[in-house]
Design a protein around this ligand. Structure first.
Ligand SMILES: *[C@@H]1O[C@H](CO)[C@@H](O)[C@H](O)[C@H]1NC(C)=O
Length: 315
């Protein structure tokens, strides 16, 4: 019966991403802001990858993790921001179904990889700070490689559960009220049965976000507890501020991901969806290089060395 109804309808092959709405007076400003954010994100992260690759002093597990995180984040924001910028310039907000699917797949895979990588990094810090005597034997370069490769592979493999989406039928309306092709807004437009996919996706997002989140929080709680026992108050304060900023950025990243993908889809949450999404799509990739790398002594030294080579002046 229902199949008959759909037969007469046209099949949607293209979607319109409504983005941030269309307020002509704000368009120029919004374009500039997003362009600045994209440039800052790319510059910060590429700088860190370059430093980690070039500087011998940064060839340790911690910096390999940071290098990989930065590398991931350049890809991560490139799945979303350039398309938004292009649609501001051309005024064309449409995206093909294949384009939409690819964006969702790559974004999902990179987000999952980031979840694992952040938790591997917190575990690495836990070992370094709470088990300093055993650190070198537990975290050898080979183990670091395994954790890194494991994160990338599971991120991309886990998201293959999105492939059944390719078989869905869409018969209009075709407007996605979001700034990128995301799972829930897209699924809402499907006219085939999406029950199984929704349950599967829920399970996968629990597996990908909850355990890494818990591991991250546990590691930092242990780290902070250890730091509080440091006798010198100056050292304590410094170490504490670093860890608390990691914990805050991590919690915002995992927290907003969980709100968007794991909580039931209510109207109030839907209204906030774009705002929450902006946290894990735009904000974290931009601030992570600042929070994780550019405050480190070794990174600062590596930067200074390069700066002195290029512009031989001491600041
Ligand atoms: C990523 O991690 C691997 C394994 O530890 C390391 O060999 C590689 O240099 C890292 N990549 C970057 C860009 O830091």
């Amino acid at each position: 019966m229902e199949d008959k109804l759909w037969e007469n309808q046209t099949v949607v092959k293209e979607f319109i991403l409504l983005g941030f709405g269309d307020i002509p007076t704000l368009r120029g400003l919004l374009f500039l802001v997003i362009l600045m954010i994209y440039i800052a994100t790319m510059a910060g992260n590429i700088l860190i990858v370059a430093l980690v690759v070039v500087d011998q002093h940064l060839h340790t597990p911690m910096y390999y993790f940071l290098g990989n995180l930065s590398c991931l984040e350049t890809c991560y924001s490139s799945t979303i921001l350039p398309r938004i910028l292009a649609s501001f310039v051309t005024g064309d907000r449409s995206i093909s179904f294949t384009g939409c699917f690819l964006q969702m797949y790559f974004f999902g895979s990179l987000a999952a990889t980031e979840c694992f990588l952040l938790s591997a990094m917190s575990y690495d810090r836990y070992l370094a700070i709470c088990k300093p005597l055993h650190y070198a034997t537990i975290m050898k370069n080979g183990d670091c490689l395994q954790l890194v490769v494991g994160s990338w592979i599971s991120g991309f493999l886990g998201n293959t559960i999105l492939f059944p989406l390719l078989q869905l039928t869409f018969c209009g309306p075709n407007e996605i009220d979001h700034f990128f092709c995301d799972f829930n807004p897209l699924l809402k437009l499907a006219c085939s049965d999406t029950h199984k996919i929704i349950i599967l996706a829920f399970m996968i997002s629990c597996i990908f976000t909850l355990p890494p989140f818990l591991l991250t929080v546990t590691s930092y709680v242990y780290i902070i507890a250890t730091i509080l026992k440091i006798p010198s108050s100056v050292g304590r304060q410094k170490a504490f501020s670093t860890c608390s900023s990691h914990l805050i950025v991590g919690t915002i990243f995992y927290g907003t991901l969980m709100i968007v993908y794991m909580l039931p889809d209510t109207q109030t949450l839907r209204d906030w969806n774009k705002v929450f999404s902006a946290f894990y799509t735009v904000l974290t990739p931009m601030v992570n290089p600042l929070i994780y790398s550019l405050r480190n002594k070794e990174v600062k030294q590596a930067l200074r060395k390069i700066q002195e080579k290029i512009i031989p002046v001491k600041f």
